[in-house]
Design a protein around this ligand. Structure first.
Ligand code: HAM
Length: 438
C-alpha cells in the first residue's frame, strides 16, 4: 500500500514549517503590541462545547465535525451501546469556543476586572469536501478579546488584523474588508423571522438546503451559492433596516473609528458568517482576485452571548481568526514572500575515520557555543563530506585532520571566499562565528 497522508491534510516540510513559525512570530509580535497574550487549548474538546457554542444547525457542527473516540467507546458503539455525553469528544473546528471555555473555567475575566486579550495559533479540523484552499486540517491564527463591550474594541480588532496583513507583505490593494452588523437579541429575532417568512414565500425558487434551513437558520441562505437562491436572497429584507437604535449606534461608531484610522471597508448587509455565535459586528477579509470561492483569508466578529451560552456569566466578547494556508496563497498571488530559509549552518568534516571522534567533539563544542553545525554520520570520504557541505550551502566548514590535530589545530574554511586558515582548537568557535556573521 502506498503511504500517503489523509485527503485534505498536508505536510509542512522544513521550509514551510519555518514559514509557519515565522508567520506565528510576526502575528504574535503584532498582536502583542495591542496587549494580547498567548493561550493554548486542547486539540479536542467535549463535542457539546461546539454544539452549544458554534450552533447545532451550522455546517461546521452538523456536517463537519471529526468525532474523537477511545477504543473502549468505539467497541461500545460497535456493539450497539451508547457513549456517555462526557465521553463524546470532537477535534476542534475553530478556536473561539475552546478559548471561551477556558476563560470561564479559569475565571480569567472575574466580575469587575479588566478585559482579557488572548491569541492562539494551531491546527483546526473540519470534515469539509477538500479542494483548493479548503482543507480538513488547516491552521488558524486567532485572537479573542473578552470583557469589552465598547465599539473601540471592534475597531481596534479590525485595524490590528489589517496591520498584520500589511506587516506580512500582503498588497493592501488586493484585499477588501467586508463588515456588517447582525444585531443583538433585541432586534435579531424579528429580523430572523422576517427572513424565514421571506424564504417560505419563495420556497419554490430556492434549493433544498435553504428550504431545510429556513426554520433552523434562515440567515445562512445569504451564503448559498445556488443561482436561484442568490437571486431570491438579493431581494430579501436587510438587517441594516432592522437594527435597533443601540446596535445602529454601535455599528456607526465602529465605522467612524475605522474611517478615522484610514482603514477602508465595504458594508455588506448580506455578510452573515457561518457560525451562530455572532452578535452585532461581523467582518471578513477577502482577496479580490485569483482565489475563487475560497477567498476569505480571515474573519471574525462580536459574540456578546457566547460566554453565557457556554455556561459563564454575561461577558461581551469578540475576535477573529485568519487562515494560514489561504493567507499564504494570497501572498503568493500578490508576489510577496515570507522568509523560510534555513539558518546558516557550519559543516564539520573529518579527513579520515581516525579523527571522527575528535570531529564529533568539535561539533558538540560549537553547538555548546551556540553555533548551528552538522557533520558526517555515514563514514563518507572527505570529498563527499565537502559535497554535502556544498549542498547544504554551509558558509563555513571546519576540517579536522590528523596532522593539524596533532598540533592542537583544525582548518576553518570560508566557503564563500574560498579561503582557509588553521585555528587552535580553543579558538574554533570564535573563528567560525566571525565568518558566519560576515
Ligand atoms: P471562520 O471564518 O470559520 O471563523 O474561519 C476563519 C478563517 O479560517 C477563514 O477566513 C479561512 O481563512 C480559514 N478557514 C476556515 N475553514 C478553512 C478550511 N477548511 N481550509 C482552509 N482554511 C479555512 C472562525 O473560525 C472563527 N472562530 C473566527 C472568530 C474568532 N470569530 C470570533 N473569534
Amino acid at each position: 500500500m502506498a503511504v500517503s497522508n489523509p485527503v485534505g491534510t498536508y505536510d509542512l516540510l522544513p521550509r514551510q514549517a519555518r514559514v509557519w513559525e515565522r508567520v506565528k512570530q510576526l502575528a504574535f509580535s503584532t498582536f502583542g503590541l495591542y496587549g494580547y497574550e498567548p493561550i493554548e487549548t486542547p486539540l479536542f474538546e467535549h463535542t457539546d462545547l461546539f454544539v452549544r457554542g458554534i450552533g447545532e444547525s451550522t455546517d461546521v457542527v452538523s456536517k463537519e465535525i471529526f468525532h474523537v473516540i477511545s477504543s473502549y467507546n468505539y467497541r461500545t458503539l460497535q456493539e450497539g451501546g451508547q457513549v456517555r455525553s462526557k465521553d463524546r469528544f470532537a477535534l476542534r473546528p475553530e478556536g473561539t469556543a475552546s478559548v471561551v471555555r477556558s476563560v470561564i473555567q479559569n475565571d480569567l475575566v472575574p466580575q469587575g476586572a479588566a478585559p482579557v486579550k488572548l491569541m492562539y495559533a494551531g491546527p483546526m479540523y473540519r470534515a469539509e469536501r477538500p479542494q483548493q484552499d479548503r482543507y480538513r486540517e488547516f491552521r488558524q491564527i486567532g485572537v479573542e478579546f473578552l470583557g469589552a463591550a465598547a465599539p473601540t474594541a471592534d475597531a481596534e480588532l479590525i485595524i490590528m488584523l489589517m496591520r498584520f496583513y500589511q506587516a506580512i507583505g500582503l498588497p493592501m490593494g488586493s484585499v477588501r474588508v467586508l463588515i456588517n452588523s447582525l444585531g443583538d437579541d433585541r432586534c435579531r429575532p424579528a429580523y430572523r423571522e422576517a427572513v424565514r417568512a421571506y424564504i417560505h414565500e419563495h420556497s419554490s425558487e430556492m434549493c433544498e438546503d435553504c428550504n431545510a434551513r429556513a426554520d433552523l437558520n434562515p440567515l445562512r441562505a445569504f451564503d448559498c451559492k445556488e443561482e436561484g437562491c442568490r437571486k431570491v436572497m438579493a431581494q430579501a429584507p436587510l438587517i441594516t433596516d432592522a437594527l435597533c437604535d443601540e446596535c445602529k449606534e454601535h455599528f456607526a461608531q465602529v465605522k467612524a473609528l475605522l474611517d478615522a484610522a484610514g482603514v477602508p471597508y465595504v458594508e455588506d448587509p448580506h455578510l452573515v458568517r457561518g457560525l451562530d455565535y455572532y452578535t452585532r459586528t461581523v467582518f471578513e477579509v477577502q482577496v479580490t482576485d485569483g482565489m475563487g470561492a475560497q477567498n476569505a483569508i480571515g474573519g471574525g466578529g462580536r459574540y456578546d452571548k457566547l460566554v453565557e451560552q457556554v455556561g459563564g456569566r454575561p461577558t461581551p466578547g469578540l475576535g477573529f481568526a485568519l487562515g494560514f494556508e489561504r493567507m499564504m496563497h494570497a501572498l503568493e498571488i500578490g508576489g510577496a514572500q515570507v522568509a523560510g530559509d534555513a539558518p546558516a549552518v557550519c559543516y564539520v568534516a573529518c579527513a579520515d575515520a581516525s579523527v571522527a571522534a575528535q570531529a564529533f567533539d568539535v561539533m558538540q563544542a560549537l553547538r555548546d557555543a551556540g553555533i548551528a553545525c552538522d557533520g558526517d554520520h555515514q563514514g563518507r570520504s572527505l570529498k563527499s563530506q565537502l559535497k554535502v557541505a556544498g549542498r547544504m550551502e554551509a558558509p563555513v566548514c571546519v576540517v579536522v585532520g590528523p596532522d593539524e590535530l596533532a598540533a592542537g589545530r583544525v582548518s576553518v574554511r570560508d566557503m564563500r571566499a574560498r579561503t582557509q586558515e588553521t585555528v587552535a582548537l580553543e579558538h574554533v568557535a570564535e573563528a567560525v562565528s566571525a565568518l558566519l556573521e560576515r
